[in-house]
Design a protein around this ligand. Structure first.
Ligand SMILES: Nc1nc2c(ncn2[C@@H]2O[C@H](COP(=O)(O)OP(=O)(O)OP(=O)(O)O)[C@@H](O)[C@H]2O)c(=O)[nH]1
Ligand SMILES: [Mg+2]
Length: 347
């Protein structure tokens, strides 16, 4: 039987080969694809980009890896709800994180929402490397995926959504009008991983706060309809992950960016892994913020974490470095882009 390539990036789309771990990125699209496991060749002079050396350093410190998994019961419920409510909507808007465009694409969503017109929103662009975002947009458009970069914090790019949606649904709207509906209501389901900005996006489109949003995963519980404008409704859904990340880098990237509940992870181990990336990236914001010397950067990740704790005056009784506090601080500051605008995955 002929095998069709109908992956999450669109029918017959070429799979992206992405930054730090080609294997992981390909796998996020299609677990069986033949390039899985092959690292992507690294180009020179790309400062804000994961490099081969980072793959090596990450591999060398594998004692710091942890199995990250978060698939609570409410996500199974959300999946069922998405399937059930799909027949009520005209289109699906999938929100992904511009800092991790592969890991933040739930591989199950393409199948779940198959057959519905779809727009992908690359959110949190304000925190991503702008050059990488531009590359992602052209990559996705080459793959016939309608992708719009947005920053729901400031609202940048959000006004491109409605015209794009109308264009996407033009024949559907014409069909409704032919049936005598002058201003047919357009219904859009908003889907994506936890904490990616789904509810914030709805509030931006509605131009007022309607949906509850907060900076932690798992805020929205249950599907909820919002009338965002006359003749335009949006269905907010809870963030949903998938049962098993077949590559732990996916889990790590989701955890670094705040899509995974902190209680299910060891924060210190996660911070050490993040430091292993950051010491290769060497963004000026990272170096200056934590006052790290070249010598500090050559230390093992855990020692860099202790150094950061000391430089920040985070000490526990006896003058020991408070690594746990430093770990929380590092992750918070990374998530708030205080360490630079960093994209961890490239097309
Ligand atoms: N910097 C930045 N922050 C954003 C952006 N969009 C959303 N946020 C923030 O991200 C956090 C999560 O936003 P939500 O809208 O609650 O995310 P959600 O996808 O609805 O999350 P769940 O309901 O938990 O699945 C909030 O603190 C938002 O202010 C963005 O474009 N840039
Ligand atoms: Mg929400």
């Amino acid at each position: 039987m002929k095998k069709t390539n109908n992956n999450q990036y669109g029918k017959n789309a070429r799979k992206p080969r992405v930054g730090r771990s080609g294997a992981r990125m390909n796998a996020a699209n299609d677990r069986s694809q033949k390039n899985a496991g092959k690292p992507r060749p690294v180009r020179e002079n790309k400062p804000v980009k994961a490099s081969r050396s980072r793959q090596q350093s990450a591999a060398a410190s594998s004692e710091h890896t942890q199995v990250i998994q978060w698939y609570p019961g409410h996500m199974t419920k959300t999946r069922r709800r998405i399937e059930k409510d799909l027949k009520l909507v005209d289109a699906v808007a999938e929100i992904i994180d511009a800092r991790i465009p592969v890991s933040s694409r739930n591989p199950d969503i393409a199948g779940l929402t198959a057959g519905k017109p779809r727009i992908v929103l690359l959110n949190k662009c304000d925190m991503a490397d702008p050059r990488a975002t531009a590359k992602w947009v052209s990559y996705l458009s080459r793959e016939n995926v309608r992708a719009i970069p947005v920053d729901c914090k400031s609202g940048r790019g959000v006004d491109r959504f409605v015209p794009a949606l109308k264009e996407l649904l033009s024949s559907r709207i014409e069909r409704y009008q032919a049936k005598g509906m002058v201003n047919p209501t357009m219904r859009v389901m908003i889907v994506g991983i936890p904490n990616v900005g789904k509810s914030t996006f709805i509030n931006r489109i509605a131009k007022k706060v309607k949906a509850v949003s907060a900076d932690r995963p798992g805020v929205t519980r249950g599907n909820q309809w919002f009338t965002v404008a006359k003749g335009f409704e949006m269905l907010d859904t809870p963030g949903v992950l998938w049962p098993k990340f077949d590559d732990q880098t996916v889990g790590e990237h989701l955890a670094f960016t705040g899509a995974i509940k902190s209680e299910v992870m060891d924060t210190e181990l996660l911070a050490v892994r993040l430091l292993e990336l950051l010491r290769e990236l060497k963004t000026p914001e990272f170096i200056e913020r934590y006052k790290l010397s070249e010598e500090d950067l050559s230390l093992p990740g855990y020692e860099i974490l202790s150094k950061i704790a000391r430089n920040r005056g985070m000490l526990i009784a006896g003058g020991e470095a408070d690594a746990e506090r430093a770990a929380y601080t590092l992750l918070d500051e990374f998530r708030a882009a205080k360490l630079g605008r960093i994209t961890l995955e490239e097309p």
